[in-house]
Every structure is written in structure tokens, then in C-alpha cells.
Design a protein around this ligand. Structure first.
Ligand SMILES: *Cc1c(COP(=O)(O)O)cnc(C)c1O
Length: 389
């Protein structure tokens, strides 16, 4: 059976060219980049090359790039690193209601430590109003953290405007850019960000390696101790193959991301239109325009997301319901409820996320397969019969 992967927001396949770039760094060039001998220095050179590639991609300086184990670590390090460094100045942090769990759970943890968190509400398209951020700032505010693009509904936030507000108030600004990094140009100065999180496996790089950009001069308390790697900002021996792979993935993104985005936008629009036209009582979630080219999040009334997902999987189609991290819990997605969806509609939502290798044939196959599945599930749904009788 043919299998179609439409879950690129959860993770992407590692590009074979990235794998090729990584291979020498397992068994041939295996030195520890912190070692002074030539084995170590060869590995160090590779790490610094990747650092330069990533820095230039976001118009940062190489020394502002800290390698981490992934997006979740970068988010944790950004929030805790600023909270601990700025404790004297204040204890208030502003974020949004639709952040990734790596941000929201870290905020909950910080609340237990005596920090106060404001969760900015979003509009029905999932947009944060920069003016709401401005109004939430107090004397005690030390950090604003708003994600660049949402992982569930794809909405892209006005990061530059929010960054400007934070900057004018003299407050650090962090953005979780994991979903957009490598898919659209990023300029840390134009966005006015002081910290930015990214993860290689969301842009055809390997899993388990991320980056935290920390603007020069930012007060930051490290949370991994025990080594002076990364200028004392993160201990632990470098994941050299992973870092090399991240650099290679960024180089491929520089070349291809604009055309890939164009191609995905048109396939994505075909998918959305096809579903909304052929299946009644469906709606698109997230902003129709300000959204990731890869993302189609659709609510289907009267059916369970989980059932649709399993039936689609039997037909070889992989997507997700809500976020990959929330699909094992019974609570509906916090993002979908934040944009005003009822619990039922939130539970009946599917996220299709396209990738650079997605073809039109695959989209056509989904459009041929999905209506039948939903029809079957709806005839079994007591809700559907009751309301349409
Ligand atoms: C995937 C993701 C993360 C977590 O990144 P990992 O590298 O998987 O830890 C954080 N934030 C967003 C928005 C994501 O999509």
C-alpha cells in the first residue's frame, strides 16, 4: 500500500544530503571538539562551520548561537535562563495562550517558583494583538515570549511588532520559531528578538539537535552546568554529527525554501478547498492568509479526530489531530479551544502538514479518500443523526 506522510509539523524526514554530510562525523572525525589535539580540532572546525551557517541564516553573529538538544530544551533554557538572570529586576513574564507545551509547562513550573505569568488571548484566527502585549507590561515584566508560527493551526504572529514593543519597554523578547525556521527568511534584528528557538528535525535535519539564539549582551543563566562548552552557556559534549546535520539542513533551506513554500502553498490550498467543498460541516482553523504554507487544520463536525486519524492511517495517510504531543490526552487541544472552538469541534479536528517532497498525487489521494471515511464515521455518529434528522 502506498503511504503518505502529512505530519511534517511533528517531524520531517532527514534529507538524504543531510545524512551524507553527517556520516563522516560518527566514526572518521570523532574527536571531542573541546580537545586541543588535532582530532578535537577537526571536530571543532565542523561545529564552528555549522554555527556560522546557522548564524548567517538569521543575520546573527556566530557567538550568539548556542547548540542544544532540540526545540523543547531551547524553550526551557530561554525562559528559565532569563527568569533566573532577571529575578532581581522582576518576576513577570508575558506569553500567549497558544504556545507549545515546552513554553506553557515551563511557565507553569516558573509560577510555582514565584513568577507571575500573563497568558495573552488570541483572536478567532489565532492571532496575538501586539497592543494586548503592550497593555500587559508592568514594572515587573522581565520577558515576553510569543511563538513565531503555531504548530497546530499554522498562524504566523506579528513578531516584529511585538518585538518592537518589548524593545521600547526595555524587556527581553523570546520567540519559539521552531515551526518556521528553515521555511521562511528570518532576520533577528528586523524581528527585534533577543532569544529565538529552533530545532533541526523540523527542517529536514536530524532529531535531537536545536539552537537557541541569544543576542549579545543578554543576561542569561545557564541551566546545564559542568562544562564550558558554548561559552559557558550550555555544558555537555557537542552532538557533532547532529550539529553538522543542522548546518547542512540550513544550507539546503537557504537554497530551496522559497520555491518549496510556493509549491506547498498551492498544494495546501488545493487540499483545503477540496475538503471544504466536498464535505459539509467542515471549517478551516487558523488565519487563512497569515499561516504556514505547509499547514491545513480542519475541523469536521460530528466525528472524532482520533477515529478519522485511525481510518486514514489504514488507508496509508498519516496526519495528526491537534498536536502530536496532545493526541494521547483526553483534553482537547488548548490551541483550538483558545480560538473559540467547542470541545466537540476541537476533538474533531485534523492537522495535515505538508513537506517539500509532498506531491499533487498524494493530495489527490487524500481528497479521494477522506470524504468516504467521514461519511462512514458520520453514519455511525449519534450526534450526526440527531442533529440532521
Ligand atoms: C516541535 C516543536 C517544539 C519542540 O521541539 P523538539 O526539537 O521536538 O524538542 C517546540 N516548539 C514548537 C512550536 C514545535 O513545533
Amino acid at each position: 500500500m502506498k503511504r503518505i506522510y502529512l505530519d511534517h509539523a511533528a517531524t520531517t524526514p532527514t534529507d538524504p544530503r543531510v545524512v551524507q554530510a553527517m556520516i563522516p562525523y560518527f566514526s572518521d572525525i570523532y574527536g571531542n571538539p573541546s580537545s586541543l589535539h588535532s582530532f578535537g580540532q577537526e571536530a571543532r572546525t565542523a561545529v564552528e562551520t555549522a554555527r556560522n551557517q546557522i548564524a548567517s541564516f538569521i543575520m546573527a553573529r556566530p557567538e550568539e548561537i548556542v547548540f542544544t538538544s532540540g526545540g523543547a530544551e531551547s524553550d526551557n533554557a530561554a525562559l528559565k535562563g532569563i527568569a533566573y538572570a532577571r529575578r532581581e529586576k522582576g518576576n513577570h513574564i508575558i506569553t500567549s495562550a497558544i504556545e507549545h507545551h515546552a513554553i506553557l509547562e515551563t511557565c507553569k513550573f516558573l509560577e510555582k517558583q514565584g513568577f507571575q505569568i500573563t497568558y495573552i488571548k488570541v483572536d478567532p484566527n489565532g492571532l496575538v494583538d501586539p497592543y494586548d502585549v503592550k497593555k500587559a507590561i508592568t514594572e515587573r515584566t522581565i520577558l515576553v515570549s510569543i511563538m513565531h508560527a503555531n504548530n497546530e493551526i499554522g498562524t504566523i504572529q506579528p513578531i516584529s511588532e511585538i518585538g518592537k514593543i518589548a524593545k521600547e519597554a526595555g524587556i527581553y523578547f523570546h520567540t519559539d520559531a521552531v515551526q518556521i525556521f528553515g521555511h521562511a527568511p528570518i532576520n533577528v534584528d528586523e524581528l527585534h528578538v533577543d532569544l529565538l528557538s529552533a530545532s533541526a528535525h523540523k527542517l529536514y535535519g536530524p532529531k535531537g539537535v536545536g539552537v537557541l539564539y541569544i543576542r549579545k549582551g543578554t543576561k542569561f543563566t545557564p541551566f546545564l552546568h559542568g562544562g564550558d562548552q558554548e561559552r559557558g552557556r550550555r555544558a555537555s559534549t557537542h552532538n557533532v554529527p547532529g550539529i553538522v546535520g543542522f548546518g547542512a539542513a540550513v544550507e539546503l533551506a537557504k537554497e530551496g525554501m522559497v520555491q518549496e513554500a510556493e509549491k506547498m502553498t498551492s498544494l495546501r490550498n488545493k487540499l483545503i478547498k477540496g475538503i471544504l467543498d466536498s464535505i459539509e460541516d467542515t471549517r478551516l482553523n487558523g488565519d487563512p492568509i497569515k499561516r504556514l504554507p505547509s499547514n491545513a487544520n480542519i475541523s469536521v463536525a460530528y466525528v472524532e479526530g482520533e477515529s478519522m486519524l485511525l481510518y486514514l492511517d489504514m488507508e496509508g495517510i498519516a496526519c495528526s489531530t491537534g498536536s502530536a504531543c496532545t493526541s494521547s490526552s483526553l483534553e482537547p487541544s488548548h490551541v483550538l479551544t483558545a480560538i473559540g472552538l467547542s470541545h466537540e469541534l476541537a476533538h474533531g479536528s485534523l492537522r495535515f502538514s505538508l513537506g517539500k517532497f509532498t506531491s499533487e498525487d498524494e493530495i489527490d489521494y487524500v481528497l479521494d479518500t477522506l470524504p468516504g471515511i467521514i461519511e462512514k464515521l458520520r453514519t455511525m455518529s449519534p450526534l450526526y443523526r440527531k442533529e440532521t434528522r
